[in-house]
Write a protein that binds this ligand. Structure first.
Ligand SMILES: [Zn+2]
Ligand SMILES: [Zn+2]
Ligand SMILES: [Zn+2]
Ligand SMILES: [Zn+2]
Length: 339
């Protein structure tokens, strides 16, 4: 039996049956978690996965997307209206892939907990911290590869060496670059200050780091196009432009060039890069004290999880938010085990 499925973006502009696209695949569909810089920085989340398609999407569906050539080898397509990453075209292989978070089982989505089955970690050479955390998924040992899934997988020793690279030699910078893959959105995050901690104590770990969470709710999944969004929560006055000016979060817009803004409801705004589609910020009018920042755009020296800036724990709030509504049960449980 093949998978009966739908492919959609957050706003619904990109919406198509996935049955023909997925061919004879059945749920769960095998895929790898990609830890490469390009996936992370163009999506805004820390790790991505794709499902191989039997052929290209139809031209009507593609017309709703914006194309971004992240390298000579591949073009990524994200919804021009809401920023959801939907497809990747790998030219040399003449292959199309769907961003795995956009695929929803057509019937009873909540009954299918495992749309994707993760069989490998790839491009761990770009960032190893999350792969180390997720060496086991669904009770299986998941092999790690420095680049593509090819040849021998990495040994335990190689992996831990990579994950601990230069941790102690990294200077404690006072500002953390937050820059999308194409560089159009180029911001900086400042360290929390003690006065922030007095007001927003629950946001900070030891008053020096921001809190990090994974969210697997439908909006966050579709917001980026991948199974988990990863957020950190920063007071607006600590989000700076590259020239050091504070970002001015006006009623509708900001003083930052290059953002596309999608209102998923009257009070909720998603700020994504209009060129590469990275989900950079998420803002709610009813929570003016902090703004969600997509951890995928953070350029920390130590890895994707930016651990010298972001504390990942289940203290106060669970490490994985909205666990019950996620579509990748094995992955969610593997992450949640670290909370
Ligand atoms: Zn959309
Ligand atoms: Zn990648
Ligand atoms: Zn969410
Ligand atoms: Zn960009």
């Amino acid at each position: 039996m093949s998978a009966t499925a739908h492919l959609t973006c957050l706003c619904g502009a990109v919406s198509t049956s996935a049955n023909t696209l997925l061919g004879s695949a059945t749920f769960p569909i095998s895929s790898e978690l990609c830890h490469c810089n390009s996936c992370r920085q163009s999506s805004g989340t820390v790790v991505c996965s794709f499902l191989e398609l039997a052929g290209p999407p139809d031209s009507e569906t593609l017309a709703k997307t914006k194309a971004y050539a992240s390298s000579d080898a591949m073009t990524r397509h994200f919804c021009a209206t809401c920023g959801t990453h939907c497809f990747v075209h790998v030219h040399a292989r003449r292959k199309w892939y769907a961003a795995s978070g956009t695929i929803e089982p057509a019937t009873q989505p909540e009954a299918v907990r495992d749309v994707v089955k993760i069989t490998a970690h790839k491009y761990v050479g770009d960032s190893a911290d999350l792969a180390v955390m997720l060496k086991r998924i669904g009770g299986r040992e998941v092999p790690c590869y420095l680049e593509t899934v090819d040849g021998e997988s990495m040994s335990e020793k190689e992996l831990s060496q990579l994950a601990s690279k230069d941790k102690n030699s990294v200077p404690q910078a006072q500002e953390l670059p937050a820059r999308c893959h194409c560089g159009t959105i180029d911001l900086k995050i400042a360290r929390p200050e003690l006065k922030d901690a007095e007001r927003y104590a629950w946001l900070f770990a030891n008053n020096t780091k921001y809190m990090g969470k994974f969210c697997v709710c439908r909006a966050c999944r579709l917001g980026c196009g991948f199974p988990m969004q990863s957020w950190t929560y920063v007071p607006p006055q600590r989000i700076l432009r590259s020239d050091g000016e504070a970002v001015d979060f006006g009623v509708r817009d900001t003083n930052v060039q290059g953002f596309s803004i999608y209102n998923s409801s009257e009070r909720v705004r998603w700020y994504f890069c209009g060129t590469c589609g990275a989900t950079v910020l998420y803002r709610r009018d009813d929570r003016p004290d902090f703004i969600n920042v997509g951890v995928g755009v953070l350029r920390a020296e130590t890895g994707a999880l930016a651990k010298e800036w972001v504390e990942w724990s289940g203290e106060l709030f669970p490490l994985v938010m909205n666990r019950g509504s996620g579509l990748d049960g094995e992955l969610i449980e593997a992450v949640a085990a670290h909370g």
